[in-house]
Design a protein around this ligand. Sequence first.
Ligand code: 9B3
Ligand code: ZN
Ligand code: ZN
Length: 416
Amino acid sequence: MKALLILIVLMNLDKNKCFAFLSFSDQVLSITAKTQEQVELLKNVSTQYETVLWQPVSPEYIKEEEPVHLSPSAFAQSFASRFCFRVLLDNTNEMIELQTRNDSTDPRSSSSYYERYHSLEDIYYWINRTTQEHPEMVKVVLIGSSYEKRPLYALKISVGEKQDKKAIWIDCGIHAREWISPAFCMWFSLSYYNQNQDITHILNHMDVYVLPVMNPDGYKYTWTTNRMWRKNRSYSTDSSCVGVDLNRNFDANWCTEGASDKPCSEIYCGAFPESEPESEAVANFLRSHKDSVQLYLTIHSYSQMLLFPYSCTLDEAENHNELLVMAQEAAQKIRRYYRNTYKYGAGGKTIYLAPGGSDDWAYNLGIKYSFTFELQDRGRYGFLLPPSHISKACNEALIAVKTIALRVIEKTQAPQ
Ligand code: 9B3
Ligand code: ZN
Ligand code: ZN
């Protein structure tokens, strides 16, 4: 993708100053539509010109006054001249190169192992090492396999003699390009086997299941072929487009408004609920552990939000206020300790109506504490969050997890 590019002329729109820019295919721009006409134009551009849309996830969500993040490949000049925009990133190719390099083959060679992104092979290796180094508390559970037959390994972190503890489930990497998510699952696991006081308390009361990469085929593909891939890698019989959005494939108002039945869409819901082996594996595991799992967490990026059901309807969950207070407390901790702002609320009202998500499905299964975290950042780097930001992004999410886990224990278990 060397620089095709296009020029964008200057213009004077409203009071905004807009300067002349050259736009290249490895730039990411932020454009805000000011009128309905501009909304339509942006929708057209992002469907027609092989534009890579970073935010929102799919063109139908483009609205007035909400910044759109995209990587233009061939802007029509007529289009470009009608907008003011800001360049978010100038050199995505270089950033991608940097973030995939120096992925050493010896995982623990330096102390910054957890502050780098890791290839799928590295993560499998890490899973193996982790269980070997902490056999007394970490076990690996094979919950299924992906479309391309890669194993879906979850870690079970458990301490003490008690066998049938309640549990927390946490999955990462549903969406392939959200690299901070698998990095978080690894960071999180590390903090659990290098315990501190809060963690010890949590582990005395609950086991923790961690699925570091729910979409291994997609993740692999982001390392080898297309860094911006989101879906899994399944082929459908009646289209040349590949992939299902695993977070639209669960049985929660499946494929209604907010999802698409078109295989080429980034939010394609699949042929039927749980049509994909990845979502089916997670759903099967949770169904068979629904009496023990009390807290469901799923990690995404980017936009800094703590969301809870429902996303698939605007109706409030039965314990909406309880979830709201928990999310608020977690967001306050992040603000206080890390000086960073997270929005929180029910998904449907906070971002957009989105059916078929794992959090809503888990909630309806009976897991009354169910959250989706959208980690850093708010668009400065988006999916290409530099490795130097991993530790802060993970630590702030970790404090939110701890806050919520401690509350769940308080609410569901008598003091011991
Ligand atoms: C979407 C759904 Cl369907 C849900 N239940 N909870 C959160 C989201 C947001 C993520 C998505 O899948 O679009 C953000 Se990447
Ligand atoms: Zn205790
Ligand atoms: Zn996501």
